[in-house]
Design a protein around this ligand. Sequence first.
Ligand SMILES: O=C(O)c1ccc(O)c(O)c1
Ligand SMILES: [Mg+2]
Length: 604
Amino acid sequence: MPDNAPRHRRGIATVCLSGTIEDKLLAAAEAGFDGVEIFENDLLATSQTPEQLRDRCRDLGLRIDLYQPFRDFEAAPPPRLAANLRRAEHKFDLMERLGVDTVLVCSSVAPDTVDDDDLAAEQLHALAERAAKRGIRIAYEALAWGRFVNTYSHSWDIVARADHPALGLCLDSFHILSRASDPAGIADIPGEKLFFLQLADAPSLRMDPLQWSRHHRVFPGQGNFDLKRFLGYVLDAGYDGPLSLEVFNDVYRQADPRCTAVDAMRSLVALEESVGVPLPAPPRLTGHAFTELTVDEPTQARLADTLTALGFTLTGHHRESPVELWEQNAIRVLVNRGSSSGGGAGISSLAVESSDPVASARRAEALLAPVHTPDAAMPAVTAPDGSRIVFCGPGEAWRDRFRPSSEASRAEGGLTHVDHIALTQPFDHFDEAALFLHSVLGLDTEDNTEYAAPFGLVRARALSDPGHHVRIALSVALIRRGEEWSPGVPAPQHIAFATDDIFTVATTLRTAGAPPLPIPDNYYDDLDARLAPLRLADLREHHTLYDRDNDGEFLHLYTPVLGDRVFFEVCQRIGGYLGYGTANTPIRMAAHRQQRLAARSAAA
Ligand SMILES: O=C(O)c1ccc(O)c(O)c1
Ligand SMILES: [Mg+2]
């Protein structure tokens, strides 16, 4: 898209959003969409008349861009054509009342569909002829699982054959990319024959396309499809209709539609950027400026003890708020003695060093992130999990807010910098959070795994800036956790500190009376069998976990959980290892569980 071209209108299908059509329309409008695709089931379930819906959309500033879907029309056995046309006329009546001029006809899936392109073209021509009389257009879409028509090139062949001005194509990125069709041919289709464009991404899965499509679609940028390339061909063809999102997804079906709509809009803005619509570029990130923990009264002493044992020093007090600054080399932990949001302690802010905090905030704003600028030099945004991300400039201006402690200089312990921050996401916000970090901060996904943990399946996705200065590891339960098994347990979070000498850190911890989280012998026996690390005895002695890949090694240990949710990791990267030791996470979880039970029975 050239810079000065009017931008494409932005749309969303009601099927993307949870709730009834009233909730969906409001959410779409509030997120700034220009139009909607009305999914038939949403219309059937409302008591509003089509005229009322039309007026509601108009009042909300939404154009109804598409009515969908109309199924099993083309290449029906000829005796059924009359009934199909009658069915269509009913829908045309409805569309007139709604004030929508384009209907999506998806390729037939009926078992008795006839394998005959001439018949398909002839029937679609008859449909278009009737539609044209009423000012209606037919957008024909090849479903990836269509009985005979399941590729865009096949659908284009039939549309070209039918040759009617009221008949064109609906292209849906899912159907095209899920079958690994080459989208390059789209550029050769005349733009005026592209009536509608539906955009969806999806994770790579080996799965029947229908199941994949109906349950696992995600918004652009949240999956593995190359939508930038796809959209490039569509725009090259001269398409000038709306960019409309059509995502069938089990999580979004039950999530707050207002969050989903904002997430959806963010995905579209980011996709537009990838095809040349300008946004403020993401400034370079150079590290974690500070991380703030909000801690309740009962947990404060334990946190102070743990930080001390890890080699931190209390170096300052906030001039206005009950916030302490703890430091060690390039690590700054803020301890906010305000009331935590539950669970004893929680990461309330994550501050990154940006080469241009004001530009970071401008980009965030363009991507619909809630921006707070109580201090223009240090703007902040709220992430989907509710935590704050603060953009700090290179000059450490934030330090002015702290009165240095008289008792302490900055310690020079064995921990050097923040390696990563790990945040368990609320069930409904995982894909949204990953897209947020990717688009707003410019982080890229570098690790995507799933594993079976003691309390269920976990999906983990780590994102990092290109220089590996800011790494954020997200995880989520794959299936919503039952409350009975884990009543009120808040999502765990941890900060991982880097060291060049993990065994010395472990020894220091033990000497300080705060030994690392115990790891069972079974783990080390297996480690010996699998990887036979050179320093197995040291690993075992120091309760240090181990991982290795082709590029290097990873050694890591953990503290117990403080309160119910926060703990620390200490890790040492050797060579070019870029992972997070994710394979060891179930071991760590079981060990934390054991420690929690032991603490509980000691208290009883
Ligand atoms: O899953 C379906 O049936 C369905 C319906 C309409 C669409 O546009 C689509 O892509 C899929
Ligand atoms: Mg579709």
